[in-house]
Design a protein around this ligand. Structure first.
Ligand code: HGA
Length: 609
């Protein structure tokens, strides 16, 4: 959350800052702002509430010019959405943009107020900039030294970029709790929260590590690690294409990302399936194979959509590999005393690899005696990838829509391959692996088929978009799919949606049923179908409006709408059945006219706890 971009160049960077910060808007869209140092070595600051387009409007006709500057798009944590609270914050000759939360900001604010500082905002960020100014005034040291000496006084996360109008040739960046990536140019250098912001300028990136402080000049960058020793960090050549960040023929990123799923799954399978019979993870070495040979329990920790993927994986770990698996929301995992099972292995899931709750859980897990840990993540170079023993990358490509779609189905693809591999390692035979490898090769085609149902789903959406509440039901591995379907709908249409296991309805929620509450059920033809049919009957007799997605024959009573979906192999049914629910949420939101890619109050990549 919160997007940062900054540059030090030989040219006027105003357009670069505006374009790049707009590309980071998915990280927060409460307000945005920028500051430049002009040729007289003065700060020029422009800030605006709302989307970056408001900031662009404000900068028009202003003839802004500067070769060094920084910009920010805010997801407010401290202080309401207002222009005063919008970054950059300035204290005399120092300006900063910040991503994170300063937990002891109140105490520091009181201290600084006593020293005579007058605060212009309610943010925790303004505390940092006055603290830096105070320390510099006191010690006369350079900004980088002052930052190095001051960060120990800050509790919490303080990824930030600072500049000093008395020394206008450099930016100072600090990486703490959320990502900062240096983009290397020719005679110019950049820094941003995400490579997306810089892809049209450079492909060469350095991912700062936790605790790093960097001095970025046009010709040179110098990085200090957390012990304040100069370090060389690896330069990564990005293979992400700039075109990926364009919507192309689609109206919304979310729509594009839903339709990209066959290809993102193909990319995730690429180089991992040999002859369509063997699953191949080059990332797993002898050490990991030994761990999986001995593992007796799996603990998965994740948030949001990734948590739902973990819930599906629990079914696979237990039914295919016979390994008990527990799944927990990351913020809860970190909020209680934990009893760790014997020979347990720890797995995290995250699209961005920067999810603060999940990172905290991983850090806690390292002290608890797990056999090891692994992350399944979409972002190479992210904090979770860097801090985990091993990582398996999903190849979903850049996901910009705040509501995750393709990252969910590619996570599930990797999870199913992983379970199959573990079965082979543990059972020393590969019949399950062979079967799953074969089925996974068909999966992208199955998804292409279900995507063709878009028109019928759109028609259902037209009937539902005015509803206030919707229930989602699923049984077995379809229950997490119901949860994910409900989450998609809540996120982008603001309709209240709840998911229940189908069998649980009679234990309470049945009381809600009347002719005004639609119920969405995914019911693949499997051993559980007969029980689900009984639940459908119970709802029918109480007048509920039922919409069923199924490949089975269902008796059509007057309040049942059946959307017949193509056949799919049972094991991949969760990956398949989420697609119509994603489309349903999308078309409902489209009919309602909500902001689909940037729903209110949300941001992608949740980098605060
Ligand atoms: N605490 C700062 C920055 C917010 C942030 O990083 N959000 O993800 C503020 O409220 O402005």
């Amino acid at each position: 959350m919160c997007g940062i971009v900054a540059a030090v160049t030989q040219r006027n960077i105003i357009n670069f800052l505006l374009e790049s910060i707009q590309r980071l808007e998915y990280r927060g869209y409460d307000s945005s702002g920028l500051a430049l140092i002009n040729k007289n070595n003065d700060f020029i600051r422009v800030r605006s509430i709302g989307k970056v387009k408001e900031l662009i409007k404000k900068t028009k006709n202003k003839k802004l010019s500067g070769k060094i500057g920084l910009a920010h798009t805010r997801w407010a944590t401290h202080g309401k959405v207002s222009e005063e609270n919008t970054h950059p914050h300035i204290s005399s000759h120092i300006a900063i943009v910040h991503n994170g939360i300063i937990e002891n900001s109140l105490k520091l604010r009181l201290f600084l107020q006593k020293k005579g500082y007058i605060f212009q905002s309610d943010t925790d960020t303004e505390v940092i900039v006055h603290l830096l100014h105070w320390e510099q005034k006191k010690t006369g040291k350079s900004l980088v030294e002052v930052i190095h000496n001051s960060v120990i006084k800050l509790h919490g996360n303080y990824s930030m970029v600072a500049m000093d109008s008395n020394h206008s040739s450099k930016l100072i960046a600090v990486c703490s709790g959320s990502p900062l990536i240096i983009g290397l140019g020719v005679g110019e250098n950049f820094i941003a929260s995400d490579q997306i912001a810089l892809l049209n300028i450079t492909k060469r990136f350095i991912y700062l590590k936790e605790g790093d402080i960097a001095i970025i000049k046009a010709e040179k960058t110098t990085i200090f690690n957390k012990n304040y020793s100069i370090v060389r960090r690896k330069i990564i050549e990005s293979d992400v294409k700039y075109e990926c960040v364009k919507k192309g023929k689609y109206k919304h990123y979310m729509e594009k990302e839903i339709y990209e799923q066959p290809d993102s799954i193909r990319n995730t399978l690429k180089n991992r399936l040999k002859n369509n019979t063997t699953i191949f993870f080059p990332e797993l070495g002898l050490k990991e194979i030994n761990i999986f040979l001995n593992v007796e329990h799996i603990q998965i920790v994740a948030c949001g959509t990734s948590y739902h993927a973990a819930m599906v994986a629990k079914h696979w770990f237990e039914s295919l590999a016979n390994i008990p698996c527990d799944v927990e929301v990351a913020s809860e995992f970190s909020s209680r005393k934990l009893a760790v099972r014997k020979k347990s292995f720890f797995i995290t899931l995250s699209q961005s690899g920067e999810t603060a709750d999940t990172l905290t859980a991983l850090r806690i897990s390292k002290k608890l005696g797990y056999l090891g840990n692994l992350t399944i993540c979409n972002m190479k170079g992210s904090s979770l990838v860097q801090e985990s023993d091993i990582y398996l990358l999903t190849q979903a490509g850049i996901e910009i829509g705040v509501a995750s779609t393709k990252s969910f189905t590619t996570q599930l693809t990797v999870l199913l391959m992983l379970v199959a591999k573990i079965v082979s390692i543990k059972q020393k035979k590969n019949n399950v692996e062979k079967k799953i490898a074969k089925i996974l090769t068909i999966l992208p085609y199955r998804i292409e088929e279900i995507l063709k149902k878009n028109k019928e789903i759109k028609n259902i959406a037209k009937k539902l978009y005015n509803t206030k509440n919707i229930l989602f039901l699923g049984r077995g591995d379809q229950y997490p799919i119901a949860m994910e379907g409900a989450l998609k709908l809540k996120e982008i249409s603001y309709i209240h949606a709840e998911a229940y296991p189908s069998g649980e309805l009679k234990h309470g929620p049945l009381a809600l049923i009347d002719e005004n509450i639609p119920i969405i059920i995914t019911a693949p033809k499997n051993l559980l179908l007969e029980k689900t049919k009984k639940n459908i009957q119970e709802i029918c007799t109480r007048g509920g409006l039922i919409y069923i997605f199924s490949d089975a024959e269902i008796n059509l009573e007057k309040n049942i709408t059946l959307l017949k979906v193509p056949y799919v192999e049972e094991i991949i049914a969760p990956i398949f059945y989420i697609i119509p629910l994603q489309l349903l949420a999308y078309y409902i939101a489209l009919s309602k006219g909500t902001n689909i890619d940037q729903p209110r109050n949300l941001a992608k990549s949740v980098t605060v706890e």
